[in-house]
Write a protein that binds this ligand. Structure first.
Ligand code: IDP
Ligand code: MG
Length: 139
C-alpha cells in the first residue's frame, strides 16, 4: 500500500463546539500528515454540489442547512491507506453505531450532526480535494 491522499471536513457542529483541536489531534495521532487546511463557510450552492450524490435523499435539505450554518475546516490528509484509515478513525455515520474511541463516538450528536466528513474512496477523494484545493496549495 502506497501513500494516499484523502479529504476531510471538520463539520460546523464540531467547529462551533470548539472540538476542532481535539479532532485534529486524533487525526494526527493516527498518523495522518496534514498537507492542506483552511477554514471556510459553504454557500448553499456549494453544499448542494458537494453532497450532490445525496440530492434525492430525504435528509438532503437538512444536510445542506447543517453544512452551511457556520464555519467548517477543510483538510487534505496524507497517509498509507488514507481513505480507509480515516473512515476507521471517524467511526460509523450514525454515532450510535460508531466504535469506541472514534471521532463520531466521542463527539457526534446524531446521524446528521456527526462532526466529520471523510472521502469514501480514492476516486471521490480526488474529486473532493479538487473541490476545495488547488494542487499547488497541497504542501
Ligand atoms: P458518511 O459521512 O459517513 O460518508 P453519507 O451516507 O455519505 O455518510 O452521508 C453524508 C452525510 O449526510 C452524513 O455524514 C450525515 O451528516 C448526513 N446523513 C446521512 N444519513 C443521514 C440520515 O439518515 N439522516 C440525517 N442525516 C444523514
Ligand atoms: Mg459519504
Amino acid at each position: 500500500m502506497s501513500v494516499e491522499r484523502t479529504f476531510s471536513i471538520i463539520k460546523s457542529d464540531a467547529v462551533a463546539a470548539g472540538q476542532s483541536g481535539e479532532i485534529l489531534a486524533i487525526i494526527q495521532k493516527a498518523g495522518f500528515k496534514i498537507i492542506g487546511l483552511r477554514m471556510t463557510r459553504l454557500a448553499e450552492i456549494e453544499a448542494q454540489n458537494f453532497y450532490g450524490v445525496h440530492k434525492e435523499r430525504p435528509f438532503f435539505g437538512g444536510l445542506v442547512k447543517f453544512m452551511t450554518e457556520g464555519p467548517i475546516i477543510v483538510m487534505a490528509l496524507e497517509r498509507e491507506d488514507a481513505v480507509k484509515g480515516l473512515r476507521e478513525v471517524m467511526g460509523a455515520t450514525n454515532p450510535a453505531n460508531a466504535a469506541e474511541g472514534t471521532i463520531r463516538k466521542l463527539f457526534a450528536a446524531n446521524i446528521e450532526r456527526n462532526c466529520i466528513h471523510g472521502s469514501d474512496a480514492p476516486e471521490t477523494a480526488a474529486v473532493e480535494l479538487a473541490f476545495f484545493f488547488r494542487s499547488s496549495e497541497l504542501l
